[in-house]
Design a protein around this ligand. Structure first.
Ligand code: UD1
Ligand code: CA
Length: 460
């Protein structure tokens, strides 16, 4: 039977104390809501999301990740039951099941949801609730059973002392028949401590009418960690990272001191790469095989080719490195850096919008910005591309096999031809033709017997 999914994500998220709607906060680099969407996509024909606060902005953000989503607006936060009503056109007239789930379960995975759906279908339920037994049940709705059959869900705030002792709680994931939502949802009331229309009352209503309402327990309580505050968000983040690192290690990546390594969910790392903690690897970063990432490295949205070595305390953002490069220690590759194969970038070298062709070496203390550097060129220690004139940025084009002597300033716009040499300590302001030497420093004066002459000068 066909199944549709409805994600409730219109809550205020008051307990987060944030301007940003709760479900757009990130866990392991991906907004919580997107993680829920990812978990259900393989299981359902189509999905809808109910959004609230900052509706237009939130809807645009969701569409950028999931263009096919049907989106509904709950403009007043009247409870989870009301949120479902706001999506009435999504399930009215539909002859199948609707999987309803909250948008604040970042650790939800496809497998337990799939098992839940299978079990529900097999038992031809009218309504099923996915429950679990957390270490600390406080804050969750309790599953009340009478003589082993489901009776109702009672919210923490409305629970008696006895009910609060019930270890089995509502995971927030339900399966309903679409027609039951249409027929019975409006009969729930808001006579509770929150004056909200609780969706959690509907299974009780259905059970009371003799429908087949079943509770299925999930094995791993982690999947149902609901994020309501920043502490729970940090807990979810930690668990998501542990899962990610476990998967990577199983696939052949070495991670030492794993507790000090952050690898976000969208990161891809090939086998036989070694990550030495502490290290932070953010966003859409790809690391090919055979690399060594030394302690203190921070990588974001970058691609690292095969057999590269990134030495300690290097920071690399929005950059692409080819195979066999060596970077750092303490190198800073900024946006738009492209290192082709076999490039060496050493300590205290900063690059930005810089393309370094194969075999380029910039081993010490340089700023290379808005530049392209031809193959096998050597950039001496302390070389600066002076790319900014106070108003505009300009480019420095450096040819192949150029030797730039130490402590040179290359004042852009500037072009240096192939096989040219720049004398150390030069300030180069004019283009340098191929195969020529450019040098721009005052000639050296040598005065012999200086201590004597100095004394004589003072004596006068
Ligand atoms: C809810 C359940 C609780 C369950 C827990 C599981 C209710 C009344 N309680 O509690 O039994 O154990 O989830 O994590 O459902 N939302 C809306 N519109 C609203 C209110 C909420 O869209 O008017 C959305 C929220 O964005 C959130 C989800 O529904 O994603 C759940 O709401 P939340 O306030 O987090 O409910 P809990 O108190 O966690
Ligand atoms: Ca919640």
């Amino acid at each position: 039977m066909k199944t549709r999914a409805l994600i409730l994500a219109a809550g205020e998220g008051t307990r987060m104390r944030s301007r940003l709607p709760k479900v757009f906060h990130e866990v392991a680099g991906l907004p919580i809501l997107f993680r829920v969407v990812q978990a259900i996509t393989p299981l359902v024909d189509n999905a809808a999301v109910v959004l609230g606060k900052n509706f237009e902005q939130s809807a645009a953000r969701l569409r950028s990740f999931y263009p096919d989503a049907s989106i509904f607006h709950q403009d007043k936060r009247l409870g989870t039951g009301h949120a479902v009503e706001c999506a009435l056109p999504f399930y009215k007239g539909f002859n199948g099941y609707v999987l309803i789930l909250p948008g604040d379960l970042p650790l939800l995975r496809t497998d337990p949801l799939s098992a839940f759906l299978e079990q529900s279908m097999r038992e031809e339920v009218d309504c099923a609730i996915l429950a679990f037994a957390p270490e600390n049940p406080s804050g969750y709705g309790r599953i009340v059973t009478i003589e082993n059959s489901f009776s109702s869900i009672v919210e923490e705030k409305d629970a008696s002392i006895e009910e609060k002792r019930i270890p089995l709680v509502n995971g927030g994931v339900y399966l309903f028949r679409a027609r039951h939502l249409v027929e019975f949802l409006h009969s729930i009331e808001n006579k509770n401590s929150q004056n909200e229309y609780y969706l959690t009352d509907l299974p009780g209503v259905l059970a009371g009418k003799g429908f087949n309402v079943r509770v299925f327990s999930a094995d791993d309580p982690d999947d149902f960690l609901g994020v309501n505050n920043r502490e729970q968000m940090a807990m979810a983040d930690t668990t998501a990272l542990i899962r990610k690192k476990r998967d990577l290690m199983q696939s052949g990546v070495t991670i030492l001191n794993p507790e000090s390594v952050r690898i976000e969910d969208m990161v891809e790392i090939e086998p036989d790469t070694t990550i030495l903690g502490p290290a932070h690897i953010f966003g859409k970063t790809t690391i090919k095989s055979g690399c060594t990432i030394h302690p203190g490295t921070i990588l974001r949205d970058s691609t690292i080719g095969e057999n590269c070595e990134i030495k300690s305390y290097s920071v690399i953002t929005d950059s692409i490195m080819g195979a066999d490069c060596i970077v750092g220690p303490m190198a800073h590759l900024r946006t738009g850096t492209v290192l082709k194969s076999g490039v060496k970038v050493g300590n205290f070298v900063e690059t930005k919008k810089a393309v370094l062709h194969p075999g380029v070496k910039a081993s010490h203390l340089s700023y290379l910005g808005d530049t392209e550097i031809g193959e096998e060129t050597n950039i001496g220690a302390g070389t600066i591309t002076c790319n900014y004139d106070g108003e505009k940025k300009h480019r420095t084009e450096i040819g192949k096999r150029v030797f730039v002597g130490s402590d040179s300033q290359l004042v852009a716009p500037l072009s240096i031809g192939d096989d040219a040499t720049i004398g150390a300590g030069s300030t180069i302001t004019k283009d340098v033709p191929p195969c020529s030497l450019a040098i721009s420093r005052a000639r050296q004066t040598v005065i012999p017997d200086w201590p004597k002459k100095k004394k004589n000068k003072k004596g006068k």
